[in-house]
Design a protein around this ligand. Structure first.
Ligand code: TYM
Length: 335
C-alpha cells in the first residue's frame, strides 16, 4: 500500500463559540497548507459529544465549523472537508487503538484533568478515551502532518506513541507514519481577554474572554477595549513582555492578524500606551475577521450547500480510509 508523503489532517470540535484562538492557532494555518499538502479537514462531531450536546445545536455548530473552514479560504473542491461521524472507520480504528494504548498514557493527559474537573467519576468514558479517537482520526488516513494549537501537543505525542506501539506490536514496521505536529505562527496559544494566564476557550463562562467568529465589528472593538492589560506602556522588545501576560497576548494577536512577528509589532508600537494600541488592534481585527464572519453568515444561510460539501467530502474521505482500515483488520488478524 502506497504511503502518503505530505498528507495533512486536522479537526475542530463543533461545540459552539468558535473563537479567535481556533482561527489563529489552527484554521488560518490550514489555509496555507493547501498550497503544499494534500489536506483533510474534519469537523469532529464525535469528539464533541464526549460532553453533552443538544442535538439541534450540534447540527448547527457542525455546519458553522464547515462554514468557517470555507470562509477562511479552504477550497472544498481541492481539499476534503467533512464531518467525522460520516466515516465509520474513525470509530473502528479507535476501538483497535484503545486496545493498543495504555491506561497510564491517558492518565497523564492534562486536558482530561482540566475538562473533567473535580468530579472525575462523573466524566463520560468518551472524554477519557478522547485522545485515542483523535489518534485514530489522524492514523486512519496515515496523515503525516497535523496543524494544531499548542494545547494539542500532548495529544499528538500520544498519537505518535500509539502509532509506534501498533507498528511494534504487530511487526508492521512503518505502517503508521508518526504524525508531525505543525504548531505555527505567533498565536499558537491565544489567551483569554479577561485573564492573560488562561487559554481562550469555547467554554469560558464570560463572553468577554473571547472574540468569536460571530462577533460584529462593535463586539470586537468592545471586547478589545475591555481586555485586561496593565498600566505600563508597551515595551520596546519581546523580552519586555515577560511577566505581562495580558500585554503579551494582545501583541501576539496583533502579530498573527497582521502577519508580523511580535518584535515587528513592538518596533512599531513600543513605548505607546494601550489607549493607542487597543484601537489599532480593534481596527485590524475587524479588517481581518469581518469578511470571514460575513462569508460564514452567507454560507450558513444555505445549509443545503454546506451539507453537500460535507457529504462529498465524506465520500472522498471514505475512499482514503477504507483501504487503511481493511489492511489494519488483516494486520490484527480479523477475518
Ligand atoms: P478544539 O476544537 O478544541 O480546537 C480546534 C483547534 O484550535 C486550537 N485552539 C487554539 N489555538 C490557539 N489558542 C487557543 N486559545 C486555542 N484554542 C483552541 C486547537 O489547538 C485546535 O488545533 N482535539 C482537538 C480536535 C481534534 C483533532 C483531531 C485535531 C480531534 N481530532 C485530529 C487534530 C487532529 C480539539 O479539541 O480541538
Amino acid at each position: 500500500m502506497e504511503k502518503p508523503q505530505n498528507r495533512v489532517f486536522s479537526g475542530v470540535q463543533p461545540t459552539g463559540n468558535l473563537h479567535l484562538g481556533n482561527y489563529l492557532g489552527a484554521i488560518r494555518n490550514f489555509v496555507g497548507l493547501q498550497q503544499t499538502h494534500e489536506c483533510i479537514y474534519c469537523v469532529v462531531d464525535m469528539h464533541a459529544i464526549t460532553v453533552w450536546q443538544d442535538p439541534k445545536e450540534l447540527a448547527a455548530n457542525t455546519r458553522e465549523v464547515a462554514a468557517a473552514y470555507i470562509a477562511a479560504g479552504i477550497d472544498p473542491s481541492t481539499n476534503i472537508i467533512f464531518n467525522q461521524s460520516k466515516v465509520a472507520a474513525h470509530a473502528e480504528l479507535a476501538w483497535i487503538l484503545n486496545c493498543v494504548a495504555r491506561i497510564g498514557w491517558l492518565n497523564r493527559m492534562t486536558q482530561f484533568k482540566d475538562k473533567a474537573g473535580k468530579d472525575r467519576e462523573k466524566a463520560s468514558v468518551g472524554l477519557y478515551a478522547y485522545p485515542i479517537l483523535m489518534a485514530a482520526d489522524i492514523l486512519v488516513y496515515r496523515a503525516t502532518h497535523v496543524p494544531v494549537g499548542d494545547d494539542q501537543k500532548q495529544h499528538l505525542e500520544l498519537a505518535r506513541d500509539t502509532a509506534q506501539k501498533f507498528n511494534n506490536d504487530f511487526g508492521a514496521q512503518d505502517f503508521f507514519p508518526l504524525p508531525e505536529p505543525l504548531i505555527m505562527g505567533p498565536a499558537t496559544r491565544v489567551m483569554s481577554l479577561r485573564d492573560g494566564t488562561k487559554k481562550m476557550s469555547k467554554s469560558d463562562p464570560s463572553d468577554y474572554s473571547r472574540i468569536t467568529m460571530r462577533d460584529s465589528a462593535d463586539d470586537i472593538a468592545k471586547k478589545i477595549r475591555k481586555a485586561q492589560t496593565d498600566p505600563d506602556a508597551l515595551p520596546e522588545t519581546v523580552e519586555g513582555l515577560q511577566g505581562r501576560p495580558g500585554a503579551d497576548n494582545l501583541v501576539g494577536i496583533y502579530a498573527a492578524l497582521a502577519g508580523m512577528t511580535k518584535a515587528e509589532v513592538l518596533a512599531q508600537y513600543g513605548g505607546q500606551q494601550f489607549s493607542a494600541f487597543k484601537p489599532a488592534l480593534a481596527d485590524l481585527a475587524v479588517e481581518k475577521l469581518s469578511p470571514i464572519t460575513d462569508e460564514m453568515k452567507r454560507l450558513m444561510a444555505d445549509p443545503a450547500y454546506i451539507d453537500n460539501v460535507l457529504e462529498k467530502g465524506a465520500v472522498r474521505a471514505r475512499a482514503l480510509a477504507d483501504p487503511v482500515i481493511a489492511r489494519v483488520r488483516e494486520i490484527v488478524g480479523f477475518i
